[in-house]
Design a protein around this ligand. Structure first.
Ligand SMILES: NC(=O)c1ccc[n+]([C@@H]2O[C@H](COP(=O)([O-])OP(=O)(O)OC[C@H]3O[C@@H](n4cnc5c(N)ncnc54)[C@H](OP(=O)(O)O)[C@@H]3O)[C@@H](O)[C@H]2O)c1
Length: 346
Protein backbone atom coordinates (compact mmCIF):
# COMPACT_ATOMS: atom_id res chain seq x y z
CA UNK A 1 0.00 0.00 0.00
CA UNK A 2 1.37 3.45 -0.84
CA UNK A 3 1.78 5.89 2.01
CA UNK A 4 -0.43 9.00 2.03
CA UNK A 5 1.28 12.16 0.79
CA UNK A 6 2.94 14.48 3.24
CA UNK A 7 0.76 17.61 3.27
CA UNK A 8 2.82 20.80 3.52
CA UNK A 9 1.61 24.21 4.60
CA UNK A 10 3.72 27.18 3.49
CA UNK A 11 3.75 30.09 5.92
CA UNK A 12 4.83 33.38 4.32
CA UNK A 13 4.88 33.94 0.57
CA UNK A 14 8.26 35.58 -0.08
CA UNK A 15 11.31 34.56 -2.09
CA UNK A 16 12.33 31.32 -0.40
CA UNK A 17 8.72 30.17 0.06
CA UNK A 18 8.37 30.05 -3.74
CA UNK A 19 11.65 28.23 -4.26
CA UNK A 20 10.84 25.66 -1.59
CA UNK A 21 7.32 25.13 -2.96
CA UNK A 22 8.80 24.42 -6.40
CA UNK A 23 11.11 21.78 -4.92
CA UNK A 24 8.36 20.14 -2.83
CA UNK A 25 6.16 19.95 -5.92
CA UNK A 26 8.87 17.91 -7.69
CA UNK A 27 8.72 15.20 -5.04
CA UNK A 28 6.46 12.17 -5.20
CA UNK A 29 4.62 11.62 -1.92
CA UNK A 30 4.58 15.34 -1.08
CA UNK A 31 1.94 17.99 -1.71
CA UNK A 32 1.48 21.64 -0.85
CA UNK A 33 -1.94 21.53 0.77
CA UNK A 34 -2.26 25.10 2.05
CA UNK A 35 -0.56 28.47 2.25
CA UNK A 36 -0.81 31.18 4.90
CA UNK A 37 0.00 34.84 4.45
CA UNK A 38 -0.58 38.08 6.35
CA UNK A 39 -3.08 38.99 3.64
CA UNK A 40 -5.66 36.89 1.88
CA UNK A 41 -4.81 38.39 -1.52
CA UNK A 42 -1.15 37.32 -1.26
CA UNK A 43 -2.10 33.87 -0.05
CA UNK A 44 -4.58 33.49 -2.92
CA UNK A 45 -2.00 34.64 -5.51
CA UNK A 46 0.55 32.13 -4.18
CA UNK A 47 -2.09 29.39 -4.13
CA UNK A 48 -3.01 30.11 -7.73
CA UNK A 49 0.63 30.15 -8.88
CA UNK A 50 1.40 26.75 -7.36
CA UNK A 51 -2.01 25.06 -7.53
CA UNK A 52 -2.39 25.04 -3.75
CA UNK A 53 -5.94 24.06 -2.67
CA UNK A 54 -6.33 26.28 0.43
CA UNK A 55 -5.24 29.90 1.00
CA UNK A 56 -5.37 31.39 4.51
CA UNK A 57 -5.26 35.15 5.07
CA UNK A 58 -3.52 34.72 8.43
CA UNK A 59 -0.78 32.57 9.90
CA UNK A 60 -3.18 31.46 12.64
CA UNK A 61 -5.56 30.16 9.96
CA UNK A 62 -2.81 27.99 8.48
CA UNK A 63 -1.70 26.79 11.93
CA UNK A 64 -5.26 25.62 12.61
CA UNK A 65 -5.63 23.80 9.26
CA UNK A 66 -6.04 20.11 10.09
CA UNK A 67 -5.39 19.20 6.47
CA UNK A 68 -1.73 20.13 6.96
CA UNK A 69 0.89 17.76 8.42
CA UNK A 70 3.85 20.11 8.55
CA UNK A 71 4.24 23.87 8.22
CA UNK A 72 7.29 25.41 6.55
CA UNK A 73 7.91 28.78 8.25
CA UNK A 74 9.43 31.16 5.69
CA UNK A 75 9.13 34.61 7.27
CA UNK A 76 12.05 36.95 8.17
CA UNK A 77 14.04 35.61 11.13
CA UNK A 78 12.47 37.74 13.92
CA UNK A 79 9.07 36.49 12.69
CA UNK A 80 9.96 32.78 12.95
CA UNK A 81 9.21 32.27 16.62
CA UNK A 82 5.62 33.45 16.91
CA UNK A 83 4.09 31.65 13.90
CA UNK A 84 6.12 28.52 14.70
CA UNK A 85 4.79 28.68 18.26
CA UNK A 86 1.22 28.93 16.92
CA UNK A 87 1.76 25.85 14.77
CA UNK A 88 3.34 23.80 17.55
CA UNK A 89 0.56 24.81 19.95
CA UNK A 90 -1.89 23.50 17.34
CA UNK A 91 0.04 20.21 17.19
CA UNK A 92 1.44 20.95 13.74
CA UNK A 93 5.01 19.84 12.88
CA UNK A 94 7.29 22.70 11.82
CA UNK A 95 10.26 23.17 9.51
CA UNK A 96 11.55 26.63 10.40
CA UNK A 97 13.80 28.59 8.04
CA UNK A 98 17.36 29.34 9.08
CA UNK A 99 18.29 30.76 11.46
CA UNK A 100 15.67 28.95 13.57
CA UNK A 101 15.28 32.09 15.73
CA UNK A 102 17.35 35.24 16.22
CA UNK A 103 19.07 33.90 19.32
CA UNK A 104 19.51 30.88 21.58
CA UNK A 105 16.99 31.98 24.22
CA UNK A 106 14.05 31.95 21.78
CA UNK A 107 15.27 28.69 20.24
CA UNK A 108 15.32 27.07 23.67
CA UNK A 109 11.72 28.18 24.28
CA UNK A 110 10.49 26.86 20.94
CA UNK A 111 12.37 23.58 21.35
CA UNK A 112 10.99 23.15 24.87
CA UNK A 113 7.45 23.73 23.63
CA UNK A 114 7.84 21.28 20.74
CA UNK A 115 9.25 18.65 23.10
CA UNK A 116 6.52 19.22 25.67
CA UNK A 117 3.86 18.79 22.95
CA UNK A 118 5.67 15.90 21.27
CA UNK A 119 5.64 17.82 17.98
CA UNK A 120 8.35 17.55 15.30
CA UNK A 121 10.48 20.68 14.86
CA UNK A 122 13.58 21.27 12.76
CA UNK A 123 15.63 24.18 11.47
CA UNK A 124 15.57 24.32 7.66
CA UNK A 125 19.37 24.12 7.43
CA UNK A 126 19.02 22.47 4.01
CA UNK A 127 22.79 22.18 3.45
CA UNK A 128 22.95 19.45 6.09
CA UNK A 129 20.96 17.11 3.86
CA UNK A 130 22.88 17.67 0.62
CA UNK A 131 24.32 14.26 -0.36
CA UNK A 132 27.92 15.50 -0.57
CA UNK A 133 27.77 17.45 2.69
CA UNK A 134 26.54 14.22 4.32
CA UNK A 135 29.47 12.47 2.65
CA UNK A 136 31.95 14.98 4.16
CA UNK A 137 30.55 14.18 7.57
CA UNK A 138 30.79 10.41 7.00
CA UNK A 139 34.31 10.61 5.53
CA UNK A 140 35.57 12.67 8.46
CA UNK A 141 33.86 10.40 11.01
CA UNK A 142 35.42 7.40 9.27
CA UNK A 143 38.93 8.90 9.58
CA UNK A 144 39.44 9.41 5.81
CA UNK A 145 41.58 12.52 6.39
CA UNK A 146 42.78 11.75 9.94
CA UNK A 147 42.01 14.21 12.73
CA UNK A 148 40.51 17.49 11.61
CA UNK A 149 42.91 20.37 12.24
CA UNK A 150 41.11 23.20 10.44
CA UNK A 151 37.93 24.17 8.61
CA UNK A 152 37.79 27.19 6.29
CA UNK A 153 34.43 28.29 4.95
CA UNK A 154 33.05 31.56 3.63
CA UNK A 155 29.71 32.96 2.53
CA UNK A 156 29.84 36.57 1.49
CA UNK A 157 27.63 38.15 -1.17
CA UNK A 158 27.30 41.56 -2.79
CA UNK A 159 23.97 42.86 -1.54
CA UNK A 160 22.93 46.33 -2.75
CA UNK A 161 22.39 48.51 0.30
CA UNK A 162 18.72 49.09 1.09
CA UNK A 163 17.96 50.06 4.66
CA UNK A 164 14.45 48.60 4.39
CA UNK A 165 15.49 45.20 3.01
CA UNK A 166 15.54 42.31 5.48
CA UNK A 167 19.28 41.78 4.91
CA UNK A 168 20.06 45.31 6.16
CA UNK A 169 17.17 46.13 8.49
CA UNK A 170 17.66 45.44 12.22
CA UNK A 171 13.88 45.08 12.65
CA UNK A 172 13.83 42.30 10.06
CA UNK A 173 16.82 40.49 11.58
CA UNK A 174 19.38 41.86 9.12
CA UNK A 175 23.11 41.28 9.03
CA UNK A 176 25.51 38.81 7.50
CA UNK A 177 25.95 36.70 10.62
CA UNK A 178 22.34 35.62 11.04
CA UNK A 179 21.59 35.29 7.35
CA UNK A 180 24.82 33.79 6.00
CA UNK A 181 27.16 33.08 8.92
CA UNK A 182 24.86 30.32 10.09
CA UNK A 183 25.92 28.26 7.02
CA UNK A 184 29.68 27.99 7.66
CA UNK A 185 28.94 27.50 11.36
CA UNK A 186 26.44 24.74 10.72
CA UNK A 187 28.80 23.10 8.20
CA UNK A 188 31.65 23.09 10.73
CA UNK A 189 29.63 21.92 13.74
CA UNK A 190 29.29 18.18 12.95
CA UNK A 191 33.01 18.04 12.12
CA UNK A 192 34.39 19.74 15.22
CA UNK A 193 31.56 20.11 17.72
CA UNK A 194 31.24 23.09 20.03
CA UNK A 195 34.19 25.49 20.07
CA UNK A 196 36.23 26.10 23.22
CA UNK A 197 36.97 29.70 22.22
CA UNK A 198 35.23 32.27 20.04
CA UNK A 199 36.81 35.35 18.49
CA UNK A 200 35.15 37.62 15.96
CA UNK A 201 35.33 41.00 14.33
CA UNK A 202 32.63 42.78 12.34
CA UNK A 203 32.09 45.99 10.39
CA UNK A 204 28.67 47.55 10.78
CA UNK A 205 26.39 48.74 8.00
CA UNK A 206 24.82 52.20 8.32
CA UNK A 207 21.79 50.50 9.83
CA UNK A 208 23.98 48.96 12.55
CA UNK A 209 23.71 45.34 11.42
CA UNK A 210 26.95 43.50 10.63
CA UNK A 211 28.05 43.90 7.02
CA UNK A 212 31.29 41.92 7.12
CA UNK A 213 32.20 39.43 9.84
CA UNK A 214 35.24 37.28 10.47
CA UNK A 215 35.06 34.37 12.93
CA UNK A 216 37.89 32.38 14.50
CA UNK A 217 36.89 29.36 16.56
CA UNK A 218 39.30 27.29 18.65
CA UNK A 219 38.69 23.69 19.77
CA UNK A 220 40.03 21.64 22.65
CA UNK A 221 41.67 19.28 20.14
CA UNK A 222 43.80 22.19 18.89
CA UNK A 223 41.76 22.51 15.69
CA UNK A 224 40.61 25.89 14.42
CA UNK A 225 37.80 27.12 12.17
CA UNK A 226 38.24 30.25 10.11
CA UNK A 227 34.88 31.50 8.84
CA UNK A 228 33.71 34.60 6.99
CA UNK A 229 30.31 36.01 6.10
CA UNK A 230 29.47 39.34 4.54
CA UNK A 231 27.20 41.49 2.43
CA UNK A 232 29.85 43.67 0.77
CA UNK A 233 31.43 41.43 -1.85
CA UNK A 234 31.28 37.97 -3.41
CA UNK A 235 33.64 35.52 -1.71
CA UNK A 236 34.42 32.09 -3.23
CA UNK A 237 31.69 30.30 -1.18
CA UNK A 238 34.11 27.45 -0.66
CA UNK A 239 34.85 25.12 2.20
CA UNK A 240 37.94 23.08 2.98
CA UNK A 241 38.37 20.57 5.78
CA UNK A 242 42.01 19.96 6.66
CA UNK A 243 43.07 16.81 8.50
CA UNK A 244 46.28 15.17 9.67
CA UNK A 245 46.13 12.72 6.74
CA UNK A 246 44.59 14.80 3.96
CA UNK A 247 41.89 17.30 3.18
CA UNK A 248 38.49 17.69 1.56
CA UNK A 249 37.90 20.60 -0.81
CA UNK A 250 34.18 21.16 -1.19
CA UNK A 251 33.38 22.86 -4.49
CA UNK A 252 31.62 26.19 -4.52
CA UNK A 253 28.99 26.78 -3.35
CA UNK A 254 29.76 24.65 -0.29
CA UNK A 255 26.18 24.97 0.96
CA UNK A 256 24.90 23.27 -2.21
CA UNK A 257 27.89 21.39 -3.61
CA UNK A 258 27.74 19.20 -6.69
CA UNK A 259 31.35 18.04 -6.34
CA UNK A 260 34.21 17.76 -3.90
CA UNK A 261 37.77 16.49 -3.91
CA UNK A 262 39.23 14.22 -1.28
CA UNK A 263 43.00 14.59 -1.15
CA UNK A 264 44.59 11.83 0.93
CA UNK A 265 48.22 12.46 1.87
CA UNK A 266 50.40 10.62 -0.66
CA UNK A 267 47.36 9.50 -2.72
CA UNK A 268 45.68 10.67 -5.90
CA UNK A 269 42.87 13.19 -5.46
CA UNK A 270 39.44 11.55 -5.57
CA UNK A 271 36.63 13.62 -7.08
CA UNK A 272 33.11 12.86 -5.87
CA UNK A 273 30.06 14.31 -7.61
CA UNK A 274 26.30 14.38 -7.15
CA UNK A 275 23.40 15.42 -9.37
CA UNK A 276 21.55 17.93 -7.23
CA UNK A 277 17.78 17.79 -7.53
CA UNK A 278 15.87 21.00 -8.20
CA UNK A 279 17.05 24.00 -6.23
CA UNK A 280 18.61 21.75 -3.57
CA UNK A 281 15.77 21.87 -1.01
CA UNK A 282 14.23 18.47 -1.79
CA UNK A 283 16.63 16.69 0.59
CA UNK A 284 15.41 18.52 3.68
CA UNK A 285 11.77 17.92 2.66
CA UNK A 286 12.55 14.22 2.33
CA UNK A 287 14.24 14.20 5.73
CA UNK A 288 11.14 15.75 7.31
CA UNK A 289 8.95 13.09 5.66
CA UNK A 290 11.30 10.31 6.80
CA UNK A 291 11.28 11.58 10.41
CA UNK A 292 7.50 12.04 10.53
CA UNK A 293 6.87 8.59 9.07
CA UNK A 294 9.28 7.08 11.61
CA UNK A 295 7.50 8.91 14.45
CA UNK A 296 10.57 11.05 15.26
CA UNK A 297 10.11 14.52 16.75
CA UNK A 298 13.62 15.64 15.75
CA UNK A 299 16.01 14.89 12.93
CA UNK A 300 19.21 13.14 14.00
CA UNK A 301 20.96 15.12 11.24
CA UNK A 302 19.79 18.51 12.52
CA UNK A 303 18.75 18.04 16.14
CA UNK A 304 17.31 20.93 18.13
CA UNK A 305 20.15 20.89 20.66
CA UNK A 306 22.61 21.55 17.86
CA UNK A 307 20.45 24.37 16.46
CA UNK A 308 20.39 25.90 19.96
CA UNK A 309 24.14 25.44 20.49
CA UNK A 310 24.94 27.06 17.13
CA UNK A 311 22.68 30.00 18.01
CA UNK A 312 24.46 30.29 21.34
CA UNK A 313 27.73 30.60 19.43
CA UNK A 314 26.11 33.13 17.08
CA UNK A 315 25.06 35.13 20.17
CA UNK A 316 28.65 35.01 21.39
CA UNK A 317 30.08 36.02 18.00
CA UNK A 318 27.65 38.95 17.93
CA UNK A 319 28.71 40.01 21.41
CA UNK A 320 32.43 39.58 20.79
CA UNK A 321 32.26 41.60 17.57
CA UNK A 322 30.34 44.38 19.28
CA UNK A 323 27.06 43.69 17.50
CA UNK A 324 24.86 43.09 20.53
CA UNK A 325 25.20 42.11 24.14
CA UNK A 326 24.88 38.41 24.96
CA UNK A 327 24.65 36.71 28.32
CA UNK A 328 28.01 35.73 29.70
CA UNK A 329 30.02 37.20 26.85
CA UNK A 330 32.25 40.24 27.23
CA UNK A 331 32.70 42.29 24.07
CA UNK A 332 36.40 42.30 23.09
CA UNK A 333 36.15 44.61 20.12
CA UNK A 334 34.67 48.05 20.65
CA UNK A 335 31.65 48.70 18.47
CA UNK A 336 32.42 50.74 15.38
CA UNK A 337 29.87 53.50 14.98
CA UNK A 338 27.84 53.19 11.80
CA UNK A 339 28.33 55.97 9.27
CA UNK A 340 25.90 57.34 6.72
CA UNK A 341 28.26 56.68 3.84
CA UNK A 342 26.77 53.33 2.93
CA UNK A 343 28.54 50.08 3.56
CA UNK A 344 32.26 50.08 2.94
CA UNK A 345 35.26 48.00 3.82
CA UNK A 346 37.28 49.91 6.33
N1 LIG B 1 17.23 28.28 2.81
C1 LIG B 1 17.61 29.24 2.00
O1 LIG B 1 18.36 29.06 1.03
C2 LIG B 1 17.09 30.61 2.24
C3 LIG B 1 17.17 31.57 1.23
C4 LIG B 1 16.60 32.81 1.47
C5 LIG B 1 16.02 33.08 2.68
N2 LIG B 1 15.98 32.12 3.66
C6 LIG B 1 15.34 32.39 4.97
O2 LIG B 1 13.95 32.47 4.75
C7 LIG B 1 13.40 33.52 5.52
C8 LIG B 1 12.63 34.45 4.57
O3 LIG B 1 13.52 34.97 3.62
P1 LIG B 1 13.01 35.51 2.19
O4 LIG B 1 14.22 35.90 1.43
O5 LIG B 1 12.06 34.58 1.58
O6 LIG B 1 12.25 36.83 2.65
P2 LIG B 1 11.17 37.68 1.86
O7 LIG B 1 11.27 37.43 0.39
O8 LIG B 1 11.26 39.06 2.36
O9 LIG B 1 9.79 37.03 2.33
C9 LIG B 1 9.42 36.95 3.66
C10 LIG B 1 7.93 36.75 3.77
O10 LIG B 1 7.63 36.73 5.17
C11 LIG B 1 6.38 37.32 5.40
N3 LIG B 1 6.51 38.35 6.45
C12 LIG B 1 5.98 38.29 7.70
N4 LIG B 1 6.26 39.36 8.41
C13 LIG B 1 6.98 40.18 7.58
C14 LIG B 1 7.52 41.47 7.74
N5 LIG B 1 7.40 42.16 8.89
N6 LIG B 1 8.16 42.01 6.72
C15 LIG B 1 8.30 41.34 5.56
N7 LIG B 1 7.80 40.11 5.34
C16 LIG B 1 7.13 39.53 6.36
C17 LIG B 1 5.87 37.85 4.08
O11 LIG B 1 4.92 36.92 3.59
P3 LIG B 1 3.35 37.22 3.65
O12 LIG B 1 3.20 38.63 3.22
O13 LIG B 1 2.80 36.23 2.75
O14 LIG B 1 2.90 37.03 5.07
C18 LIG B 1 7.08 37.85 3.18
O15 LIG B 1 6.75 37.61 1.84
C19 LIG B 1 14.55 34.19 6.26
O16 LIG B 1 14.59 33.72 7.59
C20 LIG B 1 15.80 33.70 5.53
O17 LIG B 1 16.91 33.49 6.38
C21 LIG B 1 16.50 30.90 3.44
Amino acid sequence: MTEPSLRWGILGTGGIASVFAEDVLRLPGHEVAAVGSRSHATAAAFAERYGVPRAHGSYAGLAADDGVDVVYVATPHPMHFEPARLCVEAGRAVLVEKPFTTGAAEAEKLAALARERGVFAMEAMWTRFNPLVRRVRDLVAGGAIGDVTAVYADFSITAAFDAGHRLWSPELGGGALLDLGCYPLSFTWPLLGPPASVQATASPAPTGVDANTGILLGYESGAIALLHCGLLGDSPHGATVVGTRGRIDVASPFYRPASMTVVRTGGDPEVLTADIEGHGYTYQAEEVARCLRAGLTESPLMPLDETIAILRTIDEIAARSGQRPAEGATPQTPRQEPTDRGPSLR
